[in-house]
Design a binder for this molecule. Structure first.
Ligand SMILES: C[S@@+](CC[C@H](N)C(=O)[O-])C[C@H]1O[C@@H](n2cnc3c(N)ncnc32)[C@H](O)[C@@H]1O
Length: 327
């Protein structure tokens, strides 16, 4: 799955950028970044703030959502037909879900901020039918009804709750799914703390964990370490201008969790690569989470078979590759 925005979303964001002055968008984007870094959540009072969120952050949150949803599709045997996107913002996760889950026919998107759902509806007007005809609702995630959709997703949302509210909120979202719940959060220690609290609460509630964890035991990661991954995304013209940035790409760090109802078949990764592999002439060293804990796995360059099987693997991938490499 590509981290590139779908062309219809890219065009909608470029059109949105055209409605504001570059200077106003850049100023709003800097306020947003300061809020994000300070862990203040998204306070988006004016249309320019909402537009800056969509232009500056949506490409990155899209890349993270696409990566997490791709892994969900690979790990859980389910072809969802209905989608609930909670704390949907401008609809980021739903755009990614529409690309990945081709059987989706109905989407409901809920956000506490009516300006966000209005913006999302506007961006989706010329998007895929799933988004253009979606039911956009102003509402709170705490109020979602049980068994609402086959796939429930909340991206970059639970970190906006008080930490003590995360476990109940995650269980409420799990109750809302008939199949799979996917949570995506910033790849920071605070974002991982949200994922870890949700994981514990969901497992206690009977959920199966399909990704990224290779096992369903206690999480072996201990602070100050945290489990997170990285998605590389190309920057749009408007995106670069809003962020006053020149580099043609950026790396979005994210943490995620895929939880499934127990009746579904899941195939968890045998192990998960937790950092960029370290390679030198003699060997490549992988830091792995296995069902039994964390370990360093060394593949010697002279071990041709093992080297061929693992040489393309990177941070976040399952280990070892389940698909044989082409010769
Ligand atoms: C950082 S934005 C993420 C938006 C989108 N999911 C994305 O990935 O780009 C967080 C969103 O969660 C919404 N939100 C926060 N708390 C909420 C709650 N209790 N119920 C519903 N939405 C909430 C905010 O209004 C905001 O739009």
């Amino acid at each position: 799955m590509s981290a590139n925005l779908p062309p219809a979303l890219r065009a909608a964001l470029e059109r949105l950028a055209g409605r504001f002055s570059g200077r106003d968008l850049a100023a709003a984007s800097h306020r947003l970044t300061a809020d994000y870094r300070a862990g203040r959540g998204s306070r988006l009072p004016a249309p320019v703030d909402l537009a800056a969120y969509a232009i500056a952050r949506m490409p990155a949150t899209y890349a993270a959502c696409a990566a997490a949803l791709t892994e969900a599709a690979a790990r859980v045997f389910l072809a969802p037909r209905t989608l609930l996107d909670v704390g949907c913002g401008p609809g980021t996760a739903s755009w990614a879900a529409a690309e990945i889950f081709q059987d989706l026919v109905r989407a409901t998107l809920v956000d506490a901020h009516a300006g966000m759902t209005a913006l999302g509806r506007d961006l989706a007007a010329e998007g895929p039918a799933l988004l253009a005809e979606a039911d956009w609702q102003a509402g709170r995630l705490e109020g979602v009804a049980p068994a609402t959709a086959d796939l429930v997703v909340a991206s970059y949302t639970l970190n906006e709750l008080k930490p003590a509210a995360v476990a109940d909120a995650a269980c409420g979202l799990y109750a809302a799914t008939r199949g799979v719940l996917v949570l995506i959060e910033p790849g920071t220690p605070a974002g991982f703390a949200v994922i870890a609290a949700a994981r514990t609460a969901l497992m206690t509630g009977g959920a199966r964990i399909a990704a990224p964890c290779p096992g369903e035991g206690a999480c072996p990661i201990v602070a100050p370490d945290w489990c997170h991954f990285s998605a590389r995304l190309p920057r749009l013209r408007a995106h670069k201008a809003a962020k006053s940035a020149d580099a043609p790409f950026e790396d979005e760090r994210y943490a995620y969790l895929v939880a499934a109802r127990p009746h579904l078949r899941i195939v968890a990764a045998p192990a998960r690569i937790l950092r960029p592999p370290h390679a030198d002439k003699a060997a490549t060293t992988f830091t792995l989470c296995t069902g039994a804990g964390l370990t360093q796995h060394v593949v010697a360059s002279r071990d041709r078979d093992a080297h061929r099987l693992t040489r393309r693997l990177g941070w976040g991938d399952a280990f070892p590759s389940e698909q044989p490499e082409p010769p």
